[in-house]
Design a protein around this ligand. Structure first.
Ligand code: ADP
Ligand code: ZN
Length: 210
């Protein structure tokens, strides 16, 4: 099955996507992760997008669509995939309809207050990318990744000013996709405030793995 995870930043898309990918044995494709890897490795792409991403803006549709198109040409997506963080604009959604015809869009519904709180308390492992939360999912040892011992840090775009900007960008550019997909009959809502493990159970009931 092909999934798009749609929702505001901090809705829990990435956390659920990791679990679903494991369970359904399909790849988790996060455009944000791809961009962050490019920044870390200081590739041409990374240099181009660093400033935009740190400030909480959106990378151009051209760059993003080309990247996703290329990724979806790889063999491992044959049995399905989860797109997390793409599409984020109407032009991206339109481009995607030309790439893939069969998709289920999972819309994460969640209140702004919860999102702001979650993002400002999120920490990420510099080495392996694992996510933590200082309030709700702290690591065993402060500042250190349970999985790999890497250093935890706060993403620049998880600082207060960038969070508010990302939410504005979401409202203006991404939220219209809800109507776009609802009209196409491809949208299904889930509750982003639910804890990931419980959410996975709901998800599996709603979208049984075929
Ligand atoms: P979030 O936690 O906000 O969901 P992501 O990890 O998905 O963040 O993305 C981080 C940043 O990467 C975004 O704020 C944006 O700058 C860039 N980005 C990711 N996906 C896209 C996309 N589809 N179009 C444009 N920019 C993107
Ligand atoms: Zn780690």
């Amino acid at each position: 099955m092909n999934f798009i995870f749609l929702g505001p930043p901090g809705a829990g898309k990435g956390s659920l996507a990791v679990k679903v990918a494991e369970d359904y044995k399909i790849p988790h494709i996060s455009t944000g992760d791809i961009f962050r890897a490019a920044i870390k490795n200081q590739t041409e792409l990374g240099k181009k997008v660093k400033g935009i991403i740190d400030a909480g803006g959106l990378v151009s549709d051209d760059i993003t669509c080309a990247l996703v198109k290329e990724r979806l040409e790889q063999d491992d997506v044959k049995n399905g995939f989860i797109l997390d963080g793409f599409p984020r604009t109407i032009p991206q959604a339109e481009a995607f309809t030309g790439i893939c015809k069969d998709v289920t869009v999972v819309n994460f519904v969640i209140k702004d207050e919860i999102v702001i709180k979650r993002l400002s308390t999120r920490r990420v492992c510099r080495k392996c990318g694992e996510n933590y939360n200082v309030l709700t999912m702290p690591p065993k040892k402060e500042g250190i990744c349970d999985k790999c011992g890497g250093e935890l840090y706060q993403r620049d775009d998880d600082k207060q000013e960038a969070i508010l900007h990302r939410m504005d960008v979401y409202r203006e550019q991404t939220e219209p996709l809800i109507d776009f997909y609802r009209k196409r009959g491809e949208l299904s809502d889930i509750d982003g405030a639910t804890q990931t493990d419980e959410l996975l159970r709901d998800f599996k009931k709603k979208f049984p793995n075929k």
